[in-house]
Write a protein that binds this ligand. Structure first.
Ligand code: HEC
Ligand code: HEC
Length: 284
């Protein structure tokens, strides 16, 4: 991975080093709208070979009570405004063919129940993420402009489709045609990037449960994406989060929508196989 050039900035590594002795995940239960019980801890998938211990945890378990509360009720969840806007867009014609998503998907977004839990996946030899499906439909069958990857229209639509799988276990395939992409993503996960020479694993595998600066470090799961980040006051894509984390190591990073980030998305998703889809989650 020599693509990442360490930036020649004086790094204050001390601030990024974890402080020992802080507790792991809390014991709170994630029950949405008093009716939907989400699994925020499950047995670790076999392919991890014990790298995260015997149990994997959703990032929700590492957040403060105040942040957690915003995900307990859809009326309090700030992501839902963007999801509602996406539902309007789903029903509104756009592009040269005068069609909306609903013109063909007459069952509404509910038609896509279960789909997000199995994404990314290989279609016609290419590793495809949800943003690809949305934009290919817009361009090929609607004659509409592609949506910007991390824009709110796109992430709202990704979240709307993801919401249809909320509560279902993440279950991405890592074998067969997916295997080479998964291997590529795994290699990226363990590559040390940037001037700080830190890999994803150095933080999210070796130090989850510890504090980094003011942040309680989670296992870096993506079962809640797109997530609403309070700091940015908007829905954040998976690739945007990857970029942010790599930037924190003072490295240049891959682009959103790059093949590298598709592969990384598959690998990171597979580390959460078994956790409930939480989309749209709320984070600090
Ligand atoms: C002209 C008809 C048409 C329009 C308009 C259309 N789709 Fe589709 N869509 C299809 C058909 C047919 C399929 C199944 C075959 C395929 O995957 O291409 C499909 C499949 C999909 C899938 C994959 C489902 C799966 O289980 O693999 C997604 C996601 C999707 N559409 C989303 C959208 C969204 C979002 C829009 C609006 C931006 C949209 N589509 C607009 C016809 C359409
Ligand atoms: C310097 C330490 C560090 C490195 C290296 C790092 N991260 Fe993070 N990451 C964080 C911190 C801090 C947060 C915010 C607290 C949390 O959610 O764990 C975070 C959050 C995340 C989240 C959001 C989790 C959630 O529940 O919303 C994901 C996903 C993630 N990181 C993935 C990655 C990936 C993939 C890599 C490698 C490309 C990576 N991180 C590298 C520190 C790091």
């Amino acid at each position: 991975m020599n693509k990442f050039k360490a930036l020649l900035i004086g790094a204050c590594t001390a601030g990024l080093l974890p402080a020992a002795g802080v507790a792991g995940p809390d014991d709170d239960k994630l029950m949405v709208n008093d009716e939907l019980d989400l699994a925020t801890e499950v047995a670790a998938p076999a392919h991890l070979d014990g790298a995260l211990g015997s149990t994997i945890y959703s990032g929700w378990r590492f957040r403060t009570d105040e942040t957690q509360a915003l995900q307990l009720d859809d009326f309090d969840n700030p992501a839902m405004l963007t999801v509602d806007a996406a539902l309007d867009a789903f029903n509104t014609p756009d592009g040269s063919e005068g069609k909306s998503c609903a013109s063909c998907h007459t069952g509404g977004p509910e038609e896509f129940a279960g789909l997000s839990a199995s994404m990314p996946k290989v279609i016609d030899g290419k590793l495809v993420v949800m943003e690809d499906l949305i934009n290919s439909h817009r361009q090929e069958v609607m004659g509409a402009e592609p949506l910007k990857w991390s824009g709110q229209e796109m992430q709202g639509m990704v979240a709307l489709i993801g919401l249809q799988s909320r509560g279902m276990p993440v279950n991405v395939a890592i074998d067969g045609e997916a295997a080479p992409f998964w291997e590529q993503g795994k290699e990226m996960y363990y590559t040390r990037y940037g001037q700080l020479e830190l890999s994803c694993a150095n933080c999210h595998e070796d130090n989850w449960g510890n504090m980094i600066r003011a942040d309680h470090l989670s296992q870096g799961q993506i079962n809640g994406f797109p997530t609403y980040r309070l700091k940015q006051a908007q829905l954040i894509s998976r690739h945007n989060r990857f970029r942010g984390c790599i930037r924190d190591t003072r490295a240049e990073t891959f682009a959103e929508g790059s093949d590298e980030f598709r592969a990384l998305e598959l690998y990171v998703a597979s580390r959460g196989n078994g956790l409930s889809v939480e989309t749209p989650a709320v984070r600090q």
